[in-house]
Write a protein that binds this ligand. Structure first.
Ligand code: ADP
Length: 192
C-alpha cells in the first residue's frame, strides 16, 4: 500500500495537489477537514462539535478526529493506498495512525511537506474565502489562530516522521504543475 501524508500549513495547496495525486496513483483521498465539513452540512452531532473548534481556528479533539478517520478507513477495506490530507495534525494522531496501519500490515510510506511562508498563506486563504464560503477563511483572527495552531501542534508531526527518514520537504510556491512534478519525483523515488 502507498500511504502518503500530504502535509503543510492551511492554504498550502494540499487539497489541490491531492486531487491530482489520487488520479495519478489511484489512491483514496481522505481529508479530515472535508469530512468535518460534510458532518456539519448534514447537521450531525459530530459536525456540531467539530464546528465549535473549527470556528475558532482550533483543532478538533484527537479522539473525535481519530474515530472519524477509523470509520472512514473501515468503509474502504479494498483500497490500494491513501492520501491523508490534513491528518495527522498532532503527535497522538500520528501514533494512532501508525497503530491503525500496523494492524493492517502496512505503514506510512512518505510524508510530503509543502512549504509556503506565512504572508503567502494569509493572502491565499483570504482569496479562497471569497469563493469557498468557509467562515474560517474570512476572519483574519481565525486565520492567524490556524497558523499558530499549525506551528505549535502540527509541525512536530513532520519531525516525528523525519526520525524514520519519511519526511520530504517540497516547495509549495510556483505553478500547480511544477509543485505536482516535485511531489511526484519524491513519491516515485520511494516506489522503486
Ligand atoms: P486547512 O488545511 O486549510 O486548514 P482543513 O480543511 O484541513 O483546512 O481544516 C479545517 C479545520 O478543520 C481545521 O482548522 C481544524 O479545526 C479542523 N481539522 C481538520 N483536520 C483536523 C485534524 N486532523 N485534527 C483536528 N482538527 C482538524
Amino acid at each position: 500500500m502507498l500511504n502518503l501524508i500530504l502535509f503543510g500549513p492551511p492554504g498550502s495547496g494540499k487539497g489541490t495537489q491531492a486531487a491530482k495525486l489520487i488520479e495519478k496513483y489511484n489512491l483514496l483521498h481522505i481529508s479530515t477537514g472535508d469530512l468535518f465539513r460534510a458532518e456539519i452540512g448534514n447537521g450531525t452531532a459530530l459536525g456540531l462539535e467539530a464546528k465549535s473548534y473549527m470556528n475558532k481556528g482550533a483543532l478538533v479533539p484527537d479522539s473525535v478526529t481519530v474515530n472519524m478517520l477509523k470509520s472512514k478507513m473501515e468503509q474502504h477495506p479494498e483500497i490500494q493506498g491513501v492520501i491523508f490530507d490534513g491528518f495527522p495534525r498532532t503527535i497522538p494522531q500520528a501514533q494512532a495512525l501508525d497503530e491503525m496501519l500496523t494492524s493492517k500490515g502496512t505503514s506510512v510510506t512518505i510524508l510530503l511537506s509543502l512549504v509556503v511562508d506565512d504572508e503567502e498563506i494569509i493572502e491565499r486563504i483570504i482569496k479562497r474565502g471569497i469563493t469557498s464560503g468557509r467562515s474560517d477563511d474570512t476572519d483574519p483572527v481565525i486565520i492567524q489562530n490556524r497558523i499558530n495552531t499549525y506551528k505549535s501542534q502540527t509541525t512536530p508531526v513532520a519531525e516525528y516522521y523525519a526520525q524514520f527518514g519519511k519526511t520530504k520537504v517540497v516547495k509549495g510556491v510556483g505553478s500547480i504543475d511544477e509543485i505536482f512534478e516535485n511531489l511526484c519525483s519524491e513519491i516515485d523515488a520511494v516506489l522503486v
